[in-house]
Design a protein around this ligand. Structure first.
Ligand SMILES: C[S@@+](CC[C@H](N)C(=O)[O-])C[C@H]1O[C@@H](n2cnc3c(N)ncnc32)[C@H](O)[C@@H]1O
Length: 470
């Protein structure tokens, strides 16, 4: 018997989790050395003893989570709740793979703060495979790492500091969420309701193989309301493997809507930046002939991420080579094209950069990048009116875009339009999120949110002094 492969098959079949060989070895030695299991009856012993099974689960899952994770998703959720569910008095939410509860409680805080009329009657559920995480979720006491993110200015009202290391959630918010241990591959977890309106299942499928993602999606499909939304992690592009959910591009992120014959979402109702890319769009991350597996998608994401890292380390030669190779494999990749254009821009090859940017097919996802790249490009070539035009367009796509607000302040200051400049600096300073999209931050590391805001503050103060002196 090949024990590592028996163990990894067991874990995959039962929980959907794809263990790599190193992790399998680590889990095996934990079971043998710490738990004293013998090789012969290892799987039988785990099957017979729920405590052992839970120990195994605790060893294999990745519980990483924190409050207000992925602010962009939360802004999208706010948009959806505002525009799509206006007539509803109650909604059903599920945090699937909720870990220690931060995601589900974030939902409760958001509802309480922004949608008090929904908060009263809505139900929020959290489910996770790991009983230890569920216990912690119910307890509602956290360390600093759970509140590492900006909380949209509302989280602190509900999370109080107990000691230098501990934070406690208010009893009210704690009482709003129902947690349960359960497996997303089983049907029994959905016994609460079959009418979820919003399911968050983020950063769970990255550990699954394709077959088990499909299985879990099938469960979701069955328990979701007709007009309902599914949020998955950024790299978990489920539309490559499932047709049961339709991707919608909102605020530069994909969310998924349960596919029904006639889509209940009208484009005019929602702030859909545009329709999801059609089959005819030229630039996507994959050749159309071939569906990519989740693993391949993840690998591509990692390749792009490595290129961004090289850029952020100013290793432009390496980055160019890697982009070149990526574009050889995926000549129509929009992300690689954008990175390539950025590198040309760094090289002062403005004409080539502009040509490449213009050649990028205008799929909605690229709009925001294209606009602010063009804004930067024209400001570098001294064409300020074009630069202003594109930064303003970027602001239409993403009104909180720090970079565009800052540059608009800066250009207007250069042009001595001080009042307008003050307006944009004020917007930059006011933006408490300091949130520059990760990918933007990586390719433009000198444009950190904090630096921009501090700089805007200095410039604002200097302009105010100048104004007073006049
Ligand atoms: C990285 S955490 C993500 C937590 C949270 N969704 C977030 O994005 O912050 C992944 C969680 O998925 C849970 N999980 C993994 N496989 C699962 C399964 N088959 N059923 C239920 N939960 C599962 C793990 O226990 C872990 O807590």
């Amino acid at each position: 018997m090949n024990l590592p492969s028996t163990l990894s098959s067991f874990v995959l079949d039962r929980f959907g989790i794809n263990l790599n060989p190193e992790k399998t070895e680590a889990v095996l030695s934990f079971l043998k050395e710490t738990k004293g299991l013998s090789e012969d009856n290892l799987i039988a012993a785990i099957n017979a003893d729920s405590v052992l099974l839970y120990d195994l689960i605790n060893k294999i899952v990745v519980p990483e989570t924190y409050f207000f994770r992925n602010l962009e998703h939360l802004l999208i959720l706010i948009d959806i709740l505002t525009k799509e569910f206006t007539g509803r008095k109650s909604l059903m939410f599920l945090s699937a793979g909720c870990s220690t509860g931060e995601e589900a409680y974030t939902l409760a805080i958001l509802l309480k703060e922004k949608f008090p009329h929904l908060y009263e009657n809505s139900m929020i559920y959290g489910i996770d495979l790991n009983p230890k995480s569920i216990e912690k979720a119910k307890h509602g006491v956290y360390t600093k790492s759970s509140i590492r993110n900006d909380m949209m200015g509302v989280g602190n009202r509900h999370i109080k500091r107990l000691s230098p290391y501990e934070y406690r959630l208010s009893d009210e918010i704690r009482g709003k969420v129902v947690f349960k241990q359960g497996n997303l591959l089983d049907y029994d977890y959905c016994c609460w309701t079959k009418q979820y309106d919003i399911i968050l299942c983020r950063n769970v499928f990255i550990y699954f193989d394709t077959d088990h993602i499909l299985k879990a999606l099938k469960r979701f499909y069955d328990i979701m309301h007709e007009n309902s939304y599914l949020f998955v992690g950024h790299s978990e592009m489920i539309n490559q493997i499932s047709t049961e959910f339709q991707p919608l591009l909102l605020r530069n992120s994909f969310v998924f809507q349960k596919a029904v014959e006639k889509s209940p979402v009208s484009e005019n109702d929602l702030i859909i930046e545009n329709k999801p890319p059609k089959k005819t769009d030229k630039r996507t991350e994959m050749p159309k002939s071939k569906k990519l597996t989740a693993v391949a998608i993840e690998e591509n994401e990692m390749r792009l991420e490595k290129i961004r890292e090289k850029i952020s380390e100013e290793l432009y030669g390496d980055a160019k080579e890697m982009v070149h190779k990526y574009l050889e494999d995926y000549p129509t990749s929009l992300h690689a094209s954008i990175l390539s254009a950025t590198l040309l821009l760094f090289d002062q090859k403005h004409d080539e950069a502009l040509e490449l940017i213009d050649s990028i097919v205008k799929v909605p996802e690229t709009k925001y990048y294209i606009f602010f790249l063009k804004g930067i490009l024209f400001s570098e070539t001294g064409d300020f009116s074009m630069s202003i035009k594109f930064f303003k367009l970027a602001l239409v796509e993403n009104p909180t875009c720090l970079i565009s607000n800052f540059f608009l302040g800066f250009i207007n200051e250069e042009k001595r339009y001080y009042r307008i400049s003050l307006k944009y600096y004020t917007e930059t300073i006011r933006n408490k999120n300091l949130f520059i999209k990760d990918s933007v931050q990586k390719i433009m590391p000198h444009l950190s949110g904090k630096q921009l805001r501090d700089l805007a503050q200095k410039k604002y103060t200097a302009l105010k002094i100048k104004e007073a002196a006049l």
